[in-house]
Design a protein around this ligand. Structure first.
Ligand code: KIV
Length: 257
């Protein structure tokens, strides 16, 4: 799709009912995100999510996908060593039915990415804001604003792709950096709060339906759009999201940094 110039519409999903709807609505990539810790379990971060949790939700989603490509998150510390990363990936692919795993981190994860990749595990490397680092960062905030940090992230992206990453995900960075990373990469770059000039967009399902704990208490991240507005039902809202990504209508300047 990247080569064909077709924008990729990605969305998180955690259960069978939404899997059927998202697949039917034309979502290209479905992520079993560790955001489930926040939107399903009601925690205030993703750090308590386990491999068992991701495998459980992945098992609920995978059998219902006819065309969407399923990616599953490697949760906090589950990829801290090569062995743990391989065991967790094996579980998410064999038990959970995932076709790719996603892990957060920059060049410090290149060794793990390579270890998994050469063993047949497709990997998406998640750069920019890494929610699993919340207790180090102190807050969810835009990353790569300074030129030195932007250069470092660009280098991370190149190193991770060379290590074997088949996809990159970039969260909460200035649009100019989203574009630089996409221009430099050869694999698809999926953005969330990374501007319009990437290969595709991802959002959290509960955010676009305006029902996540964050949005209901009025703390809506800048890049979130409520697709329920004007939609008669949930499936129409998800279709509207897919269409907005494909046409380039989402993200608008108001969603970007
Ligand atoms: O866990 C998650 O939902 C994510 C986002 C990028 C959507 O990683």
């Amino acid at each position: 799709m990247r080569e064909a110039g077709e924008r990729i519409a990605a969305l998180t999903c955690y259960d069978a009912s939404f899997a059927l709807i998202e697949d039917r609505a034309g979502v290209d990539v479905i992520l079993i995100g560790d955001s489930l810790g926040m939107v399903i379990h009601g925690q205030n971060s993703t750090t308590a999510v386990t491999v068992a949790d991701i495998a459980y939700h992945s098992r609920a989603v995978a059998p219902h996908l006819k065309r969407a490509f399923l990616v599953a998150d490697l949760p906090f510390l589950s990829f801290a060593t090569r062995e743990r990363a391989l065991d967790a990936s094996q579980r998410l692919m064999q038990e959970g039915g995932a076709k790719m795993v996603k892990l957060e981190g920059g060049r410090e994860q290149a060794d793990i990415v390579e270890y998994l990749s050469v063993r047949g595990v497709p990997v998406c490397a998640h750069l920019g804001l890494q929610p699993q680092l919340i207790h180090k960062l102190g807050a969810f905030k835009v990353q790569g604003r300074e030129e030195v940090a932007a250069e470092a992230m660009l280098k991370d992206a190149k190193i991770l792709e060379e290590a074997g990453a088949d996809m990159l995900l970039v969260e909460c960075v200035p649009s100019s950096l989203g574009k630089r990373i996409t221009d430099a990469a050869h694999v698809p770059v999926i953005g969330i709060g990374a501007g319009p000039d990437v290969s595709g967009q991802i959002l959290v399902l509960h955010d676009i339906l305006n029902i996540s704990p964050m949005v209901t208490v009025g703390r809506k991240p800048r890049f979130v759009q409520n697709f329920m507005l004007g939609a008669p039902d949930i499936e129409s809202a998800i279709r509207a999201y897919v269409q907005a990504v494909k046409s380039g209508a989402y993200p608008a300047p108001v969603h970007c940094f």
